[in-house]
Design a binder for this molecule. Structure first.
Ligand code: FES
Length: 124
């Protein structure tokens, strides 16, 4: 008998919901959320044809990146951008390439396709 301690997967949206540059925001069903911190949320999008998902928390101050629902890109539509101080993150791996947390990175979530539904693995 095998025993897996890997966290479970959570369905978030259909792949179709991410077409045309759309972002999808979701709550993470983490069992033990600290009441002193913000609820854990994430966002998903298509990087080219590849679905990607990150925890919606800027490494600079630990707050959500976006002020406007679904708005995560810079004006050139090249990088993910934090609305508070303008840090820029590479969509592919979440690395901060400019701003107060340069060299740090967003927390990536494993994402997979299960039929037409996208699922993320819950953080431990
Ligand atoms: S809170 Fe994101 S760059 Fe400062």
């Amino acid at each position: 008998m095998t025993c897996s301690h890997a966290p479970p997967w959570q369905a978030i949206c259909s792949r179709q919901a991410l077409e045309n540059g759309q972002f999808f925001e979701f709550s993470l069903a983490v069992a033990e959320q600290n009441v002193d911190t913000l609820p854990l949320t994430g966002f998903a999008f298509l990087d080219g044809d590849t679905p990607r998902a990150y925890v919606n928390r800027c490494p600079h101050m630990g707050i959500e990146l976006n002020w406007v629902p679904g708005r995560f890109k810079d004006t050139d539509n090249l990088f993910l951008q934090c609305s508070t101080h303008g840090a820029l993150f590479k969509p592919r791996d979440g690395e901060c390439i400019a701003g107060p947390c340069q060299g740090d990175a967003l927390t990536a979530l494993d994402i997979r396709e299960a039929g037409v539904i996208l699922e993320v693995r819950l953080p431990e």
